[in-house]
Each structure stands twice: as C-alpha cells, then as structure tokens.
Ligand binder design. Sequence first.
Ligand code: SF4
Length: 269
Amino acid sequence: MKDIVSKTILTSAKGQLDDYTHSLNPYAGCAFGCKYCYVRQLPVSLYREEEWGTWVDIKTNAAQILKKDLIKARKKGPVYIFMSSSTDPYQPLEAKTQLTRSLLETMLEETPDFLFVQTRSPLVKRDIDLFKKFGGKIRISMTIETDKEEIRKAFSPSAPPIQARMAALREITEAGIPTQATIAPLLPCSREFPKKLKNLASRVVLDDFWMGDGSGGRRTERMGVYEIYQQMGMEKWFNPTAYKVVLKMLQEELGEIGISKEGFKPDIK
Ligand code: SF4
C-alpha cells in the first residue's frame, strides 16, 4: 500500500468502454485479486514485482485534480464516466481513506453527464446519500458473477461474499437509485440464480469471457482460468455458448437482459 501523486485522473475510455468518454480509477491495484481479472495482463500489473491482488496505490491528490480535469473535459463535450476500469473504487482501504467518496463530492460540484459506478463491495452503500444527489445521472453496478459462494471462493477468494453484495445492491435500489446486477464474467451458477436476482436491481446485464475480455477469450485462457474449471470438474461451463443457457433462464424470470458491451451503455437522456 502506498500513496502516489497523479497528474491527471480522467483517462480517455477505449475498447470495450468506448461508449463512455472517460474512465476514473481512484486506486491502482486491487485487494480483491480476482483470478480472472484482465488487469493482471496489463502493464500496470506486468511491470510490478508484487503479485496482482497484493498491492494498492492510493491516488492521494485525485480529488484536487478531478475538478480541473472535469472542467477541461466538459469544454470538449458531454462527459460519461466509468468508475472504475482497472480497480474497484470500493477497496477495503476506502473505508478509511474515503477517497472515492471525495471524488463523488467533487463530481457533485462539477457534475458529469453520466457516472457509472462498478464495484463488488458492499461498502458502496455508504455513499447512498451522495448517489441520490446525482439526479438520476448515475448507475450503481454490483458484480454478482454467480450465486454460489463456493464458486466465488474458487475464483475470487478475497472479494466480498455474494450474499453481502446482494443485500447492499437491494438497499441501493430501494433508495431509488438506478442500479445494475452485473453477471460478469458469468461463472457456474444454480438454477435458482434468476429468482435470487428478482427486484434486486433496476436492470441485469450478462457478460462472459469470450464477449467481454476484449480478446475473444484468449486473454482469459492465458491466465489459466480454464484450469480452475478443470479442478472443479466444471469444464462444460468454460464454453462461449454456456451463457445462452443462463440467458434463457434469466429472460424467463426477469424479462429483458442486457448483453455484454451493449448492456453497459451509459443512460443518456
Ligand atoms: S475487483 Fe475488478 S479490478 Fe479488482 S481484481 Fe477483481 S476484476 Fe480486477
């Protein structure tokens, strides 16, 4: 864990995120260390001696530079922000640093046209009071890749339990804030999964390694994710068509389901 000083905090959004104008990462590194995390293969992780999941840098001056970056970006057109693309903005550390909270406060002074918050941490519910002030120009997305805790533990043992994520998401939805249950990347799940998602969020989005890793699944293979499926005897699930079975179950129970990049689009009114 260390403090770093950044020159800019808003980064141009590219590739899978190009429906957004910018991404915003309050931290570098991530304590959740998911085994399928594509950031493991990016320079931020590759050029670091410590293993992904064991380090977090705190961008201490993020709030000061965000206002300046926002003013500059808004002069060029609408600003749609994805927070975050290469970390989780609600790191365990965030409970103490309140860095992400300070960014939300800054964004309420210089409000972007849309803010998408992507997390898998129940800590996000702490900021319900601020989310309400965005007047609908926000969506809070909670990753729920599976409903099975033993599967979650196999792929992301340091990430928060599924039940706690579901409870936090329900609380945010009930507070009247636009939300999203994000099944991404889809992991082996039970037949009851669609029922458990009912009334949990304003929308549900499904993605898998082949549609969503930005390389047609090659990046995921390089990370040894298939070996985890093998160890669990669940090889059948590691398949580019497996999502179709789950999609059908979800549609029967929940109606419309967003798919991959299309599902993640910003809400532009
Ligand atoms: S929470 Fe997100 S950024 Fe962190 S390790 Fe998992 S996938 Fe990567």
